[in-house]
Ligand binder design. Structure first.
Ligand code: AMP
Length: 218
């Protein structure tokens, strides 16, 4: 399953829920890149400055990283790609890759959210560096100031969640990732959901589509 959406659309939240429901892994290229950055690998060193400006890491690096991840044994029953593909080049690479792989059916999900809601979700996002719990100072604030409810650690903001970088990420999304949605829209297993509903409703919309695809066995 591919989860496609602008920054803050809720891809990560839905990926976690689908992972829990189906027992298949979530593969987030943003998380993989942050992991490379933390380990200061060659990919991580190239990615750091690009990520901080809201631009995209070059396709060949991301594709290589995805190829490595898809070679791991936990992907044989399926997987959720979160935040990938983000360019037509990546989508075409993935089409070729899937043609040479297991033959698992591909489901593409587009999650749509308005610009103003995305802005609040992204610029309000704060993360606990200890337990990784995510808060939002506007929508889901911590109980006390800006410290984690669970362990009292001061919350931090991702460098690319500040407003100026958010606008750049949105420009990147419109220019490079919106065409990816169109690439999949014509396919038989494509669904677009309203990401401004509650997380439960969004999940229900995705699962209803999956059931429909199964019954049509397209
Ligand atoms: P995310 O956590 O998905 O918002 O990704 C954070 C940043 O990582 C993005 O703004 C990009 O700089 C980079 N990134 C994540 N996924 C991709 C991808 N599929 N292609 C290129 N760059 C990516």
């Amino acid at each position: 399953m591919l989860l496609i959406g602008a920054p803050g659309a809720g891809k990560g939240t839905q990926a976690q829920r689908i992972m829990a429901a189906w027992g298949i892994p979530q593969i987030s290229t943003g998380d993989l890149l942050r992991d490379h950055r933390a380990r200061q690998t060659p990919i991580g060193r190239v990615a750091t400055s690009i990520m901080n400006t809201g631009k995209l890491v070059p396709d060949d690096l991301v594709n290589e990283m995805v190829a490595e991840r898809l070679a791991e044994p936990d992907t044989t029953r399926g997987y959720i790609l979160d935040g990938y593909p983000r360019t037509l080049g990546q989508a075409e690479w993935l089409d070729d890759k899937l043609a040479s792989l297991s033959g698992l059916p591909l489901i593409a999900v587009s999650i749509r959210v308005s610009y103003t809601q995305l802005l609040r979700r992204i610029t309000g996002r704060r993360i606990c560096p200890t337990c990784q719990r995510i808060y939002n100072v506007y929508l889901q604030p911590p109980k006390v100031d800006t410290v984690c409810d669970v362990d009292g650690t001061p919350l931090v903001q991702r460098a690319d969640d500040v407003e100026a970088v958010f606008h750049e990420r949105m420009r990147t999304y419109e220019a490079l990732t919106a065409p990816v949605v169109e690439h999949y829209r014509a396919r038989s297993r494509f669904v677009e959901v309203d990401g401004e509903q509650s997380a439960d409703e969004v999940l229900a919309g995705i699962m209803a589509a999956v059931t429909r695809f199964r019954s049509q066995s397209v």
